[in-house]
Design a protein around this ligand. Structure first.
Ligand SMILES: Cc1cc2nc3c(=O)[nH]c(=O)nc-3n(C[C@H](O)[C@H](O)[C@H](O)COP(=O)(O)OP(=O)(O)OC[C@H]3O[C@@H](n4cnc5c(N)ncnc54)[C@H](O)[C@@H]3O)c2cc1C
Length: 434
């Protein structure tokens, strides 16, 4: 007897024909048709190259996207192809990507989010540990080694900002760092919700010399095999394949070479990391929205009720076109931001002047705020347009709706983005000389 093909869930509600139409290949085709007139050929070719890799990987490894799949075991294969991050060329650690920058990251995320949204989230958390190492490696060999291993997928990274008692109020930390007089520090305290931490070989963590004093914050690279590191898994049911950590640091000794920013430097380093983090989340949200709209568009063009494809009913067609129009417009805005950012980075030799990077704080919050809100609406509504199949069947809609539930919390909640934006608005008003 022929062995039954492995599926995401064994009981299938959706019919075979529509399920096949929802394939990764077809969803990519829908996306690409939408982007044909928008993307430059260099970006489009890069997108298609990663899509090809993802399609082959899915087929070769019989990936079903079932909840028990180990997404972390895929990281080395994606790292070897250069698909963990394209934020920089990483020439300082002999990686030398030719195609890099925010636009390249946008393309990478679009392809990978379509393939597997939870895998994209885990990869994104490693990037959060890559960014501070990129900025503060100071050519110290161990930092370059860890940086390279993150980039090529040989190690998994995490960022430890949040604490059980300090979430939004991240600059009033309780985790302490005590200077030992020889350049090393002892860390004590607790961190929580740190994406990937239970799977990480190294993490980047913040602590403070004096509790609740943002001026005494420092930034450290930690090897998770050191004494004093304890990490338990925090379960977030919306993303069952992603491992988050709750850490207890007990007299954890950090040697001098691992101090990325000494006492007084931590807050600046933290804010420097928030801009790329928020833009990255906005890109992820937009990618998830396209995946959801692709699912819905394929479904409603094939599903028949009352003897007609359901797209033709105004309630369905007009809702989907409303989502589609708004998504296209935000995509154009984000792409324009990405292109502008990349050309400015080129112009200023990879280091933006302070006034420009200051202005980006508002842009990053605006995009993160808008894209996260849009993803909550689009993923939910697109799922709705698929009826029962959007809730229970062998598609990624379930993951997309779930992922959209966490988007407004990660990287600073909706209200914190509002708070950042209102401060920026005050500044813009003052600068306008009114
Ligand atoms: C899936 C997931 C992944 C995460 N990954 C990481 C990670 O990799 N690394 C890491 O360090 N952290 C991570 N976090 C933590 C995340 O950044 C925090 O959960 C977030 O900053 C909110 O903190 P909190 O949960 O303590 O909520 P709180 O700060 O307690 O907020 C509770 C509520 O109060 C509101 N609020 C708080 N302050 C204000 C204010 N001043 N004005 C208006 N409203 C306010 C918030 O908006 C929220 O609605 C992750 C969280 C999740 C859920």
């Amino acid at each position: 007897m022929e062995e039954e093909k492995k599926k995401r869930y064994m009981t299938q509600a959706i019919n075979d024909e529509i399920l096949e139409k929802l394939s990764l290949k077809n969803r990519y085709s829908f996306l690409n048709t939408n982007l044909t007139a928008i993307l430059e050929s260099k970006d489009f070719n890069f997108l298609k190259k990663i899509q090809k890799f993802c399609m082959r990987f899915e087929k070769k490894n019989n990936v079903t996207h079932a909840p028990d799949e180990d997404i972390y075991s895929w990281i080395p294969a994606f790292g070897a192809e250069g698909y963990i991050t394209r934020a920089h060329s990483f020439e300082m650690c002999d990686v030398n990507y030719e195609n890099y920058g925010v636009t390249a990251e946008f393309m990478r995320c679009l392809a990978i989010d379509f393939f597997e949204p939870q895998f994209a989230l885990a990869g994104g958390a490693t990037v959060l540990a890559i960014n501070p190492l990129y900025e503060h490696h100071e050519n110290i060999p161990i930092r370059l080694e860890v940086l390279k291993n993150f980039v090529i997928g040989e190690d998994i990274g995490a960022i430890l900002i949040t604490e059980p008692e300090r979430g939004s109020d991240a600059v009033h930390m309780l985790t302490t760092c005590d200077d030992q007089g020889d350049g090393s520090f002892l860390l004590n305290g607790e961190k929580i919700y740190n994406t990937n931490a239970p799977k990480s070989g190294h993490v980047v963590a913040y602590a403070t010399a004096e509790k609740n004093n943002g001026n005494t914050m420092a930034q450290f690279l930690i090897d998770t095999s050191w004494d004093g590191w304890k990490c338990e898994r925090v379960n977030i049911p919306y993303v069952p394949k992603v491992w988050l950590g709750k850490e207890t640091l007990t007299n954890l000794r950090v040697p001098k070479e691992y101090v990325l920013g000494g006492v007084g430097k931590g807050r600046e380093h933290l804010f420097e990391g928030l801009v790329p983090e928020r833009i990255g989340i906005a890109i992820d949200c937009i990618a998830q929205c396209w995946n959801a709209v692709a699912h819905a568009a394929i479904y409603v063009n094939n599903r028949k009720q009352f003897d007609q494809v359901v797209l033709k009913f105004q309630g369905v067609g007009f809702l989907l076109t409303d989502l589609w129009a708004r998504l296209t417009n935000v995509t154009l805005g984000l792409l324009m931001f990405a292109k502008n950012y990349d050309s400015k980075m080129e112009k200023f030799g990879g280091k933006l002047p302070k006034n420009i990077s200051q202005a980006l704080i508002a842009s990053a919050s605006q995009f993160k705020y808008h894209a996260a809100k849009l993803s909550a609406e689009i993923c939910y509504e697109a799922g709705n347009l698929m009826g029962g199949a959007g809730l229970c069947d062998n598609t990624l809609m379930e993951d997309l709706v779930n992922m959209s539930r966490i988007a407004e919390i990660i990287g600073g909640s909706r209200q914190i983005q509002n708070y950042v934006m209102s401060m920026s608005l005050r500044q813009v008003y003052k600068m306008s000389g009114i």
